[in-house]
Each structure stands twice: as structure tokens, then as C-alpha cells.
Design a protein around this ligand. Sequence first.
Ligand code: FES
Length: 107
Amino acid sequence: MPNITYVSHADERTVVEVPVGWSVMEGAIQNDVAGIVAECGGGCACATCHVFVDPLWIDKLGEQTVMEQDMLECTAIESTERSRLSCQIKVTSNLDGLIVHLPENQS
Ligand code: FES
């Protein structure tokens, strides 16, 4: 299974194995990684699963949908060019080693 590294705002790293087909958000929630809330359960309707993708990985992710782009305007911490909604990042074998940084808060 691909390893995903979640880096907290305090720079604590949590590495979890996430099954292919899950989202990066599900990997966090199912492994009790603090810092991702996911109020809407992955419906791209809350923006509480905001992450900053590590610069080395940003070009390896798929394109954002218009819906994701719209929701990224509603994040608690201002979004940047590295921002994604973790519920919209599907884990594939190509994402083994992905690093995402968590914002200071989600609401
Ligand atoms: S879980 Fe709500 S937008 Fe991602």
C-alpha cells in the first residue's frame, strides 16, 4: 500500500499506509491523524480537509475540478497554489511517498 506522510502544523510527521482507491482524507480519518476534519465526509462541500501538498509532489497530482477550486476559496487558512482538498486526491500506487502539510486549523 502507498505510504502517505501527513505533516502537522507543529511539524510532526505521521506516516500511514493508505489503500489504493481511498482518498488522502480517508487515510487520515481512518488512522486518527489530527488536523483533517472532513465535516462533509468527502463530498467536496466543506473545505475542512484542506492540505498543502509538498512542492515535490504538486505536479504529480491530477487536475482540480471546478468544484474543488471553488471550495478552496472557503478554507479557514488561506489557500495557496499548493492547496488541495484531501478528499479529492485519490490514492494511487504512483502516490507512494506523497507528503501533505496540514494547516494550523480547519475552521
Ligand atoms: S471532506 Fe469536505 S470538502 Fe473534503
